[in-house]
Design a protein around this ligand. Sequence first.
Ligand code: MGD
Ligand code: MGD
Ligand code: SF4
Ligand code: MO
Length: 753
Amino acid sequence: MPRTALRICPLCEATCGLTLTIEGTTVTGARGDRDDVFSRGFICPKGAAFGALDTDPDRLRTPLVRRDGRLCEATWEEAFEAIAAAIPALVQEHGPQSVGVVLGNPNVHTMAGPLSPPLLLKALGTRNLFTASTLDQMPKHVSSGLLFGDPFAIPVPDLDRTDFLLLLGANPVESNGSLCTAPDFPGRLKALRARGGTLVVVDPRRTRTAKLADRHLAPRPGSDALLLAALAHTLLAEELAAPGALEELTEGLGELAEALGSFTPEAVAPACDLTAAEIRGLARDLAAAPTAAVYGRIGSCTVEYGTLASWLVDVLNILTGNLDRPGGALFPLPAAGPRPRTAGPGKGFTLGRWTSRVSGHPEAKAELPIAALAEEIETPGEGRIRALVAIAANPVLSAPDGRRLDAALAGLDFMVSIDPYLNETSRHAHVVLPPPPPSQSAHHDFAFNGFAIRNQVRYTRAAVPLEAGRLDECEIHARLVLAVSGMHGSAAPDAVDDMVIQSTLAKEAADPHSPLHGQDPARLAGLLTGESGPERRLDLMLRLGPYGDRFGAGSASASEAGAGAGAGLSLERLLAHPHGIDLGPLRPRLRGVLRTRSGRIELVPDPIAAELPRLRAALADRPAALVLVGRRHLRSNNSWLHNIPALTGGSNRCTLQVHPLDAGRLGLTEGGLARITADGGSLEVPVEVTDSVRTGVVSLPHGWGHDRDGARLSVASAAPGANVNQLLDGSRLDPLSGTAVLNGFPVELTPLP
Ligand SMILES: Nc1nc2c(c(=O)[nH]1)N[C@H]1C(S)=C(S)[C@@H](COP(=O)(O)OP(=O)(O)OC[C@H]3O[C@@H](n4cnc5c(=O)[nH]c(N)nc54)[C@H](O)[C@@H]3O)O[C@H]1N2
Ligand SMILES: Nc1nc2c(c(=O)[nH]1)N[C@H]1C(S)=C(S)[C@@H](COP(=O)(O)OP(=O)(O)OC[C@H]3O[C@@H](n4cnc5c(=O)[nH]c(N)nc54)[C@H](O)[C@@H]3O)O[C@H]1N2
Ligand code: SF4
Ligand SMILES: [Mo]
């Protein structure tokens, strides 16, 4: 008899609740959980393919260890022994910087990802950390760090209540949203319009999201910062700025007008390829809306002026008085996150506390640009990366210049991958540690609840028991930490979780501002429930968090927590609510967020002021004739879903989209081949002629290029596509954040016979 079980979907940031159908130990179906407090039954084609993904025969079932150059199936013991034999000795001989760590996107979709890597980094003592953030949202972390003092203080648009949404460089109808966790994003956009609100989309492509909009502007790629600066300029020049209550909490309002002085609509219009009247009109509409939110994503982050654009998004939210108010952009308060701090000066946010060895790139949020990984492996000298730990990361396809990185990885002394697949990156590993399929893993969204448009909390235990011979991903991480620390075999993996629990409770007990001040940490630890180390840690975080029961010591008040049902939260309580607990809409809480040195919003921070001349210079740049942008397909997920037959084919293809006028001018035809060339190399790609891209812009999706030997991706390799990131050489970066410029770089096209 089939049974059902709940599982939060790990395939995008929307975090929908799924109801899985399970026969024996096999997932045979998935539908939306209608009782899920957040997603209310919504599902997309990826979630619906959960079963096919879970049972993909190419998923690795055992660890692999390299013997005589070949990856062979091995036991877990052999795998961790190999790591224990290699890494501590390397660190001993060459120092901690000789080990690099790469964290990829799926880390934020597992429980292990947020819980373990900080411990791994501490155990290794390395500063060589590279993550998908420098291919993605690092500009937003930097701008939030500078504005609010906390790189994770990212305001999210209040989708369900706003009257006006200005959305730049995002296509949530296909991506399902990012840094704005909202199951059924498309439905929420339609609801916004249905209640009389306005949706404006800024995107060089007429996306499915743009088609839903009241107004679609298609500027030249890379020009968002200029457009946003001109919007802010107009608000100030026309005295439309009305920060309201934010004024007393904001420093630098006076300096802003001068900083943005040159960015008049007339000055930016040619660079954006918009008219000054369009820009002025948009600024006036934004100011006139009763509530409004400005929101920018990938297309405004992974560009030349990504940090400036991310900063200006919030400058507009502040100038219009929409930051931290219902209907505007608000800060979520996640259940497993820290309690709000008391208002007042904080430590602030500093960039460039150290720099990368070879090119001297400044760190941002303790990370170095992933575009600089290859040179850190290749370049001889002290501190060269000789070993790498890659967790849920496929930088050979996701980061610039995969060929160079491929060669660099092949030259490493030692590499570990935690990955379910033998793919373009993990094929270089000496040890591959495969996590179990998602049905066999528990899930709580540590990361995305911090960016959710509604406060809520959900937890699903493994839907299917762990298969014999499998290890839970949290246990894999814990054993890895022990192995690199020279403790392999001498401590149990749970000891790692216990250590975290002990130290967290000891800190609380010693903190005079904590409700647990003066309590006995050992006694509190004994009160934790949960069947595993990670569950006890989740219990701890929930109980200490903003809605927690605080072990009975002055539990969060209903008003503090915002919602009655959530107050007094613990794992036990959450388990009694399998469809989750709704904690209410987002509420203003800026004072509890600010951690700048001044204790106020720092509107024109020095690093931003120092970047503005570069943007000013861009006003005079002659734009390239043809630039490339990316795109995402509803049934895709970066580099790793091309192996699932149900999610491939149809319109989900690696084609180069070209506007008919450009195609005509260049002699390109529908279905024909073109050679596309840029800094990093050239590719041969099939042409798709479509007016959904504007003139002067072509679009190629990322995550393709599954044509390398040694990978085990039987479906993906049959239709490999081309790796767009081969067009990049890694030198184009947003300088403040170290983020690779993946959108809006110049390319050349020639037809091929
Ligand atoms: N040109 C261009 N390049 C881009 C982008 C773009 O828009 N344009 N987007 C960028 C963005 S936003 C991102 S986030 C990156 C993403 O790029 P990456 O960080 O490389 O992430 P993915 O390709 O999503 O997946 C990486 C690996 O995670 C593995 N994986 C899947 N599930 C699990 C799991 O449960 N546990 C573990 N341990 N591993 C798992 C997959 O098998 C895969 O090998 O790509 C970036 N690259
Ligand atoms: N189906 C699917 N969903 C996904 C993913 C996936 O691969 N497939 N990946 C997930 C990940 S890791 C992330 S980070 C999110 C990303 O989610 P989104 O931020 O929504 O990312 P995209 O869908 O790539 O949309 C970016 C848009 O920016 C436009 N653009 C390019 N350059 C510019 C520019 O200079 N200015 C402006 N205004 N627009 C520009 C592009 O045409 C594109 O439509 O999606 C997540 N969800
Ligand atoms: S929208 Fe995202 S979370 Fe929801 S079912 Fe689809 S892939 Fe899963
Ligand atoms: Mo991403």
